[in-house]
Design a protein around this ligand. Structure first.
Ligand code: ADP
Length: 246
């Protein structure tokens, strides 16, 4: 599998505190990866660095087949280059329909100027219907997003991100607050999404991580503590010590 993102030797200090400490991390072009770690491990800062929200003090962040440095790009250029991020809370337009939410995401993909002159085409209508089916909201297309359940809103937002055809999708705690059935659907959705792109999921819920059935990276004090299958990392004594607070 070719490497899509390569973070190497990255460090970031906030007020003398090393939130990220010589972090090296790679993800393949069509890989699903779970990132776990106790609070303060650096998971959010890692995502902030990849998306250009935070600049590291040192290290390299190389992306894509042309091996460009993300550190030279603005936050919006990084998003345009195909890195999408889903924050923990769903941010959908509550008073708009599911259809319109997905349409706005498609429209925005074309950039600010083209978006101004946007007209819905038959091809886009078909794309919206396919996306809605992919996220399990085909029957909800006419409904207002504000009427959806928490889980459905999360799927809608994932659909809106998928509409932008990211090459790398970063997803923060997607299962938080979901029912068991919603979690199961979310696992399927993320696995499916990772067939055509890289997906990095930051998650605390170990049962959810188990269902994702993918390679796991354990972060601790801003570095990779362990990497491998969930069974492998949960047998690692360093990981056990960190989770037990020893
Ligand atoms: P996680 O997401 O794994 O809980 P974070 O990346 O949020 O960890 O935080 C890592 C450490 O860096 C924490 O100790 C946090 O307090 C600190 N930190 C993160 N962002 C800032 C900031 N903007 N200013 C100061 N400290 C920060």
């Amino acid at each position: 599998m070719s490497t899509l993102l390569e973070v190497s030797g990255v460090s970031k200090t906030f007020d003398g505190f090393k939130a990220i400490n010589n972090l090296s991390f790679q993800i393949g072009a069509q890989e699903l990866r779970a990132v776990i770690g106790p609070n303060g491990a650096g998971k959010t800062t890692f995502m902030d660095i990849v998306t250009g929200k935070t600049r590291p003090d040192e290290g390299r962040v190389i992306y894509g087949d042309k091996s460009v440095s993300l550190l030279k790009m603005s936050e919006s250029a990084i998003a345009q280059a195909g890195i999408g991020r889903k924050f923990q809370r769903p941010t959908v337009f509550e008073d708009q329909s599911v259809f319109d939410n997905l349409m706005m995401a498609l429209r925005n993909k074309r950039g600010p100027v083209a978006a101004l002159f946007y007209r819905l085409t038959d091809a886009d209508r078909a794309r919206i219907e396919t996306l809605a089916a992919d996220i399990g909201l085909a029957a909800a297309l006419p409904r207002k997003a504000g009427e959806l359940s928490h889980g459905q809103k999360q799927w809608l937002e994932i659909g809106m991100l998928l509409a932008q055809e990211p090459k790398l999708l970063l997803v923060d705690e997607p299962a938080a607050g979901m029912t068991p059935a919603e979690r199961e659907h979310t696992t399927d959705l993320l696995k499916e999404a990772a067939k055509t792109r890289a997906v990095v999921v930051v998650e605390h819920d170990m049962e959810f991580v188990r269902r994702l059935d993918c390679k796991v990276t354990v972060l601790h004090e801003g570095s990779v503590l362990a990497e491998g299958s969930l069974d492998h990392v949960t047998k690692n004594q360093d990981v056990i010590d960190v989770y037990l607070g020893r």
